[in-house]
Structure formats: structure tokens, C-alpha cells
Design a protein around this ligand. Sequence first.
Ligand SMILES: N[C@@H](CCC(=O)N[C@@H](CS)C(=O)NCC(=O)O)C(=O)O
Length: 221
Amino acid sequence: MLKLYDLSGKNDLRFSPPCWNIKLCLIKNEIKFKTIPVRFTDKHKIAFSKQQLVPILDYKDGFICDSWNIINWLNENYPQKKIFINNASKNFSYFLYLWTSRQLLPILFKIIAHEIPNVLEKDDIDYYIKTREKRINGSITKFVPFISSSIEKFRKSIDPVRKIITNYGYISGRNLGIEDCIFFGNLKWVDVCSTCNLLDNDDPVYKWYKNLLKITNEQTN
Ligand SMILES: N[C@@H](CCC(=O)N[C@@H](CS)C(=O)NCC(=O)O)C(=O)O
């Protein structure tokens, strides 16, 4: 069975956006897997991969790092599942992967950075604060005054996705597809780590998210 190395926090909470993207993709495609929890400071568990990040997908003969590489591996190794329906779907998925990881996650980080320690425990709290404060060159609370403007910015930025969901039901079109999986983890991250109201209840993207949550509900880790 496939093994997915998955970031874990306090009480085994799973909160990593790319890990959730992969889990939704595996669940949707009925590919059996189990997760291996990896806390921030559990680097020894993933030392075999010679890098520091999850998700990592471990299959019988090897392993793959990075959610985009994992999706491509699944596409090649489960051709009957049609992860990418065609090349256009692959390109749009790649765009979504780059846009979410490079543009959207940094906005979301500003909204929830100060709350993430609440979902961590022990040494992980210190690790998170030290590594992130070094990265942003300041305190993890420095974005707090800009939470409402960051939420506003996020809501505006995802307008194209909102339009597609309103028109068709899913980012992939009429049916749930890999494009939806790639977007899902962003919202799940905020949902799990933060108390903020990222989206209004009547936002079509919020309804889309709640719908996808049902699919992952049995998978708490
Ligand atoms: N581009 C990578 C991002 C992977 C990544 O940043 N993973 C984070 C969790 S979301 C991680 O493992 N962080 C561990 C650390 O900061 O030590 C992907 O899509 O897989």
C-alpha cells in the first residue's frame, strides 16, 4: 500500500496544504494509502528522502517528494484513473499548483501565522516560530494588523475560481477533478489552524469547500 508522509501537529492534527491536496486526490481516485505522521521536528523520519519537506509518497520501489511530482507520478502509474483528463487539464493544474503555492499561500500565511502555534506542541512550537521568523524577518505576529485587508485580498484573488465554481460546480468543470484537489488544501489549512472567517457562508467557494470536506471527513489523518 502507498504510504504518505504527512505533517502532523498537536493531537495528531493534519494541517499541511499540499498533504491535504494529495489525500483528497487519493481518496477521490479510490487509491488505497496510509499516512505516516511527521511532526516538524521529526526530520529523522524523512531523512531517507534527503530533503526536509512533506508530502512524500512512498511506493514499493521508491519515493516521490513534492505534491506536483506526486500528482504526476499518480497520473503515470494509475493511467486508468485519468488524473489529468488531457494536456490542457495538466497545464491548468500546473498553473493552479504554482498560483496557490506562490501567490495564495503567502497571503493565507499572513492571516494565520500567529495562530499556527496553537495546533503544535512541544519542540514543534519553537521550531515553527524560529524558522518562520527567520523567513519573514520579524515576529509571527507582525501581520496581525493586516488580517482584514489580507482576507479581502484573498477573497478578491480567488475571484476567477469563484466564477468557474459558480458556472460549473467544480474547478475541473462539471465533476470533481485534480484541479479541485490542488485548490482544496489552501482552505483546509486555514480551517484547521485558524478561527478567522476566511470566506462568507454564502460564498460559492465556501459551499464548494464544505462539499469537498464531506469526502475527506472519514480521513481525519
Ligand atoms: N512545494 C511543496 C511544498 C512542501 C512544503 O512546503 N511542505 C511543508 C508543509 S506544508 C513542510 O514539510 N514543512 C516542513 C518544515 O518547514 O520543516 C509541495 O507542494 O509539496
